[in-house]
Design a protein around this ligand. Structure first.
Ligand code: FE
Length: 171
């Protein structure tokens, strides 16, 4: 299905097809594939009885690694830089703000949790600890205050935790 023909009636099928064709790709530095990682996040959200929007956000949070699939709708490059912004951008026409904001904020949420939750950093995977420094390290107090202005910051922090926990081989 060409990306230009995407609408509310076929977006789920389109995304399912991406999972099927490309889900086995490796998740850099982690012991699970991309689809295992995203599905595990969704399962963990479901187990906690989270609202369906947050289950969907956990499932889709890394869709930005596949923005080239969305063709002209993608922000541009295929190197998947800033996959959180790119992912939110491709989902925006089809999903409500709570979902796209959780996707957009899943990297800042890691920096937020590192600044506000003692022990969170220690629970991160080695790969995730490594990328933290590339992503700017823990938030400063000013950045924390700004992050908390976002009406979806609590939801984004929950999605981030499921993201971190969804890296279990053989789950
Ligand atoms: Fe992730």
């Amino acid at each position: 299905m060409p990306a230009q023909e995407l609408d509310h009636s076929n977006i789920v099928e389109f995304i399912a097809d991406i999972f099927e064709r490309r889900g086995a790709e490796s998740y850099l530095g982690e012991a699970v594939t991309m689809s295992e990682h995203m599905l595990q996040g969704a399962v963990l959200a479901e187990k906690e009885g989270a609202p369906e929007e947050l289950v969907a956000a956990a499932l889709l949070h890394d869709i930005g690694h596949y923005t080239s699939e969305f063709g002209t709708m993608s922000l541009g490059d295929e190197r998947d830089n800033y996959h959180e912004e790119a992912g939110a951008h491709v989902l925006e026409p089809f999903f409500p703000p709570v979902i796209t904001e959780c996707v957009r904020l899943h990297v800042p949420a890691k920096r937020y949790l590192c600044a506000t939750d003692k022990g969170y950093y220690e629970r991160l995977s080695d790969a995730s600890k490594h990328t933290l420094s590339l992503q700017g390290g823990p938030m400063s107090p000013e950045e924390v205050a700004a992050f908390e202005q976002n009406p979806y910051h609590r939801e984004a922090a929950r999605v981030r935790i499921w993201d971190d926990e969804g890296k279990q081989p053989g789950m």
